[in-house]
Design a protein around this ligand. Structure first.
Ligand code: MG
Length: 378
């Protein structure tokens, strides 16, 4: 059994990375970047456990992808690492950043095989350029460029990070308690993905899969007298609306489920629970906007959507065009990619008895192609 836990840090806001998805959510083949990095590490070494540190909203989604341990990050790298270390019970811990996404197997094996009690193992690169300090050249032979991942004795690192001092890396924290720092040869491949320009250097990153993802949603609401009726964000002239915790826009709810379904993100209740006061009477257009924003951040593009509203009453023919244009605006799609169908239930069942309305929706998503950045129309 391995005596090492892997910690992958990825809670930063990545504000220097100017693409619609967050960098952790660039799709590499069939996997988001964070998962590719985590899986690549598992192929190099068997870890006792793997902890991924990220923001709370990302964790909710990440946990649908893999059974790693997910920990919420802090305000700084050091705080994020401290949060993760609480869950570590192995003698050693290997810490890396998700942004160091191209792994050099040999370098990681060198780091792991050099481990020693109370120490920290650090990969380093030699300086090949001439160096000046202020106005004077200095001997570059004594200079090392420090890289990650670094492997530390867990207890030493925990003790060191309990101080108020902000360390720039794990080795300086371990060294502050008198731990030994062991240097091994690093790798020129271990770049950090910080800006879009860095992507050109990351030859290990393959283009996203062109797989189309489909999702289905259904929602049902009963009528309630005296409430305004809203469908697809359009007010419908009707003596009753829908019984609901929110504004009762049953069409938008079905559509949100179709979108979340295509992305493998669960259902509307997981993101906007109808038990929460935050969503009491909420305008469902706001929920759809938030869903679209979420999909964009997680690297998805919407291909098209198609809805069928099953209603004995009210008559919807004259509203269909307005619904199409309203949803197109909310989804950032051209209106031809948003289809609205309306049908009756031929007077059968509860819909036929005019007790409520059902809506079915489907959607198609694609992965954002960061290699061309051309298909980002939404
Ligand atoms: Mg609903």
């Amino acid at each position: 059994m391995s005596d090492i836990t892997l910690i992958l840090l990825g809670a930063g806001s990545a504000s220097r990375f100017k693409l619609p998805p967050k960098k952790q959510w660039l799709w590499i083949g069939h996997e988001p970047l964070w998962l590719k990095v985590a899986n690549d590490f598992q192929n190099i070494n068997s870890f006792k456990s793997t902890i991924i540190v990220s923001s709370r909203s990302d964790i909710q989604t990440m946990s649908n992808f893999a059974e790693f341990t997910f920990v919420e990050g802090g305000d700084s790298r050091q705080q994020s690492l401290k949060n993760a270390l609480k869950d570590v019970n192995t003698p050693y811990v290997l810490v890396s950043d998700i942004a160091r996404c191209c792994l050099d197997d040999d370098m990681i094996k060198r780091v792991i095989s050099a481990k020693k009690n109370k120490s920290c193992v650090v990969p380093t690169l030699k300086m090949v350029d001439t160096l000046y300090l202020d106005e004077s050249p200095i001997n570059r032979d004594g200079v090392k460029i420090i890289q990650t991942p670094q492997l530390s004795c867990t207890q030493t690192l925990k003790n060191a990070l309990n101080s108020n001092h902000e360390f720039t890396d794990d080795s300086s924290a371990v060294a502050s308690l008198g731990g030994e720092v062991i240097f091994v040869e690093g790798s020129a491949k271990a770049h950090k993905l910080t800006t879009v320009e860095d992507l050109a250097k990351m030859t290990c990153l393959k283009a996203p899969s062109k797989r189309a993802l489909s999702g289905f949603g259904i929602d049902i609401h009963a009528f309630e007298e005296g409430k305004p009726m809203v469908l697809c964000g359009i007010e419908i002239d009707s003596p009753f609306g829908f019984k609901a915790h929110s504004d009762g826009d049953v069409a938008i709810h079905a559509l949100i489920d179709a979108l979340l379904g295509a992305a493998g993100l669960g259902d509307i209740g997981e993101f906007y629970p109808d038990t929460s006061e935050d969503y009491k009477g909420v305008d469902s257009k706001e929920l759809l906007k938030d869903t679209v924003k979420r999909l964009k951040a997680f690297g998805y593009l919407i291909g098209n959507v198609d809805l069928t509203i099953i209603a004995q009453t009210p008559k919807l023919l004259t509203y269909k065009k307005a619904m199409r244009f309203q949803l197109a605006k909310l989804l950032n799609l051209t209106p031809n990619l948003v289809n609205i169908k309306a049908t009756t239930a031929e007077k059968l069942g509860w819909i036929g008895r005019k007790e409520g309305v059902a809506v079915e929706a489907i959607s198609t998503l694609y992965y954002y192609d960061w290699t061309t950045n051309e298909n980002y129309h939404n």
